[in-house]
Design a protein around this ligand. Structure first.
Ligand SMILES: [Zn+2]
Length: 76
């Protein structure tokens, strides 16, 4: 990573799921600069929907990918 990329790296607070059904861990995470065809959006609020809940509980084999951050229904 060069100096320009480091300058665009940010730190955010996130609720991280480390495993199915485990309590969410509120922690600081590093977010790398947007890559080609990506944008960075400042999110002020988000919700946990039914899809997030089922993934958090590991109900579907394809959703059992951890650690992960839920809340794809954001606004702000
Ligand atoms: Zn959803």
């Amino acid at each position: 990573m060069d100096a320009k990329e480091e300058a665009n790296e940010i730190t955010c607070t996130a609720a991280v799921a480390w495993g199915p059904g485990q309590p969410l861990s509120i922690q600081q995470i590093r977010v790398l600069p947007p890559q080609k065809l990506e944008v960075r959006i400042k999110i002020l609020f988000t919700s946990i929907c039914h899809t997030d809940l089922s993934a958090w509980q590991g109900q579907n084999e394809s959703q059992r990918v951890f650690p992960r951050i839920f809340g794809h229904e954001a606004s702000g």
